[in-house]
Design a protein around this ligand. Structure first.
Ligand code: NAD
Length: 557
């Protein structure tokens, strides 16, 4: 037998419709979402099984992928498939309400939890990097992050610019799977986005999927066009084909200070995710394979310079923040002592949402029919009429978001709301108002599912940033509650050694059993976040806990 080394679009096509290939809808959902993750419309580099976020993969290799698919097809409704860093390793007897799939990705004993050791294991075929939703089979393309990014920029607009980004210039870099959501999020807030990206195909992919408006090759021409749009109050996004360092250097030379400055290159993964600025793209690609050590030296020098430039622009007035890629830590590792002088986006803009159990609730239509998402959109709009920002988002999403792969939607929902939405979706399936079950999941970047001291848990008010008991409890409670698949990962977002986080997905198949599971899981999962933030001392979380009956331990006092 020959080993397959390339994505086969026919063999791995995502099944749609109401016909089952597996022995139950939960297994079927796992199969479809796994294949959807790898759909070339969805994944960044399907030939390498890479979904997004540097080297975030859905399966360890093609052999493991084939075995996972085969395993899901034979899996009974009282069994669970175990997946160890992208490879299936067992099928064990559980029960009907247990998760059908249990996943652990990239876990290393803390003293070995660094990229160097990970790479040794990866080379031996013993490990895979799961990122967040890549290895837990609930990536839905750039839409998965676009609302979060939109809300972040909306929060900046509210805080600093009277509620709109009209007439402002935001500068960033990285138009990959997640970073590609930035241009659209900025234009949705009526602003101008100028984003540096080294790889032409990435910019082209964002233009094709309507996330970015134009590609400009020349740095000065791109800056000029951005300034003109800012002047005219035009909402415009520009992908400029260059290294972030070169763009920022040129802006400083011309003394053009952006209103807002951030970055979403994959700095969390210096070897695979960050292009150095002192050598060409072609040279870098060769060097990365031939001399990774030297590549890393170049990458670190660039990340140092990159953060230094961001600090200088901040000093001159740009509202500057780290967008969750750990670039500040990289610069600091290289010796830039004041790298953390600009804040991360979570303490700056997201934590109050987390205190109310709000996070990136998402769902996909297993039928493959966009009409099913239109039906769910309507239900969400009717369920939460008082939520103005949600109503605004749903309207914008319908107009501006092109589906990638299975039709899907994302909405930040809070404690109580997620459970309501899940049960309503289950009713839609039961009554045949949608054509097949709905899969519900979320990012690991959420209120109760992650410990990541340079990102989601940066600057917690009680100093518990690095305490990783919380995501472990989250995975355990979602397993106990009967989520459809549960995953526990290490290193997502910020890289090896910097985070532990958990994912969960649950299927609404219209049955009473599903309703019971949905109600437990969609209450407990955000509930973990409310409890975690209340425990850390946040008043808003304490109030939310009280209002939702999550304050039992408090009442024991
Ligand atoms: P990706 O690997 O798909 O894309 C990264 C992009 O950056 C690539 O297109 C690459 O060519 C480009 N790039 C790298 N170095 C560059 C440089 N010096 N100049 C210009 N472009 C450069 O990754 P992604 O999924 O888009 O995620 C990006 C980063 O954001 C990751 O570190 C990820 O962990 C983080 N992230 C943040 C959030 C959030 O909400 N803040 C969410 C998910 C991911």
């Amino acid at each position: 037998t020959t080993t397959i080394t390339k994505y086969d679009p026919v063999k791995y096509k995502t099944p749609t419709g109401s016909q089952l290939q597996c022995k139950g809808w939960i297994q079927e959902a796992a199969l479809r979402m796994l294949l959807n993750n790898l759909n070339p419309e969805v994944a960044e580099r399907p030939d390498d099984l890479i979904v997004y976020g540097g080297r975030g993969k859905a399966a360890r290799d093609f052999d493991a992928l084939d075995k996972i698919i085969a395993g899901l097809k034979i899996l009974e409704n009282d069994e669970s498939l175990l997946v160890q860093s992208g490879k299936p390793v067992g099928i064990l007897k559980t029960h009907k309400d247990a998760p059908r799939v249990l996943i652990s990705n990239s876990q290393l004993v803390p003293n070995w939890a660094n990229w160097q050791h990970f790479e040794e294991l990866e080379k031996k075929g013993l490990m895979m990097y799961g990122q967040m939703t890549a290895g837990s089979w609930i990536y839905i393309g750039s839409q998965g992050i676009v609302q979060g990014t939109y809300e972040t920029f909306a929060a900046i607009a509210d805080k600093h610019f009277g509620g709109t980004l009209k007439g402002t210039l935001s500068v960033t870099a990285g138009l990959g799977g997640m970073g590609g959501a930035q241009p659209l999020s900025i234009t949705m807030n009526e602003g101008v986005c100028l984003a540096a990206e080294v790889e032409r195909w990435r910019i082209e992919k964002r233009i094709e999927t309507r996330y970015c408006d134009v590609l400009i090759e020349d740095i000065d021409a791109a800056i000029d066009r951005a300034l003109e749009a800012k002047q005219n109050g035009e909402a415009l996004s520009i992908g400029v084909l260059c290294n972030a360092v070169h763009l920022l250097e040129r802006m400083l030379e011309r003394n053009i200070i952006p209103d807002i400055l951030t970055d979403q290159t994959s700095a969390h993964d210096p070897l695979i995710g960050y292009w150095p600025h002192e050598i060409s793209y072609e040279q870098a690609k060769v060097l990365r394979d031939e001399n990774p050590k030297q590549y890393l030296e170049y990458a670190y020098t660039s990340m140092y310079r990159h953060v230094e430039l961001m600090l200088e622009l901040q000093k001159r007035g740009a509202i500057t923040f780290d967008y969750g890629n750990n670039i500040r830590a990289r610069a600091k590792e290289k010796g830039l002592t004041n790298a953390f002088d600009f804040p991360g986006f979570v303490p700056a803009y997201i934590r109050p949402l987390f205190c109310e159990g709000k996070g990136p609730f998402r769902w996909a239509a297993l039928s493959g029919d966009p009409e099913d998402i239109a039906v769910t959109d309507k239900v969400i709009a009717e369920l939460f009429p008082e939520n103005a920002s949600l109503q605004r988002w749903l309207k914008l999403a319908k107009e501006k978001i092109a589906f990638q792969g299975l039709p899907a939607r994302i909405c930040w929902l809070g404690q109580g709301e997620r459970e309501k939405a899940g049960l309503a979706f289950n009713e839609l399936v039961r009554t045949g108002k949608v054509k097949a079950p709905i899969v519900i999941g979320r990012d690991h970047l959420d209120t109760g599912s992650v410990a990541s001291p340079n990102r989601e848990t940066e600057a917690m008010m009680d100093g518990s940033d690095a305490v990783a008991d919380w995501p472990i409890l989250n995975a355990l409670v979602n397993t106990a509650g009967g989520a459809s698949w549960v995953s526990l990962h290490h290193g997502g977002g910020v890289g090896m050694g910097y985070s532990i986080h958990a994912g969960m997905v649950i299927v609404a198949d219209g049955t009473d059993d599903a309703a019971a599971r949905l109600s437990r899981v969609l209450r407990n999962d955000p509930g973990m976040g409310v409890i975690r933030h209340a425990d850390a001392g946040y008043e808003l979380a304490k109030e939310t806990a009280k209002a939702n009956g999550l304050d039992v331990i408090d009442r024991l006092k």
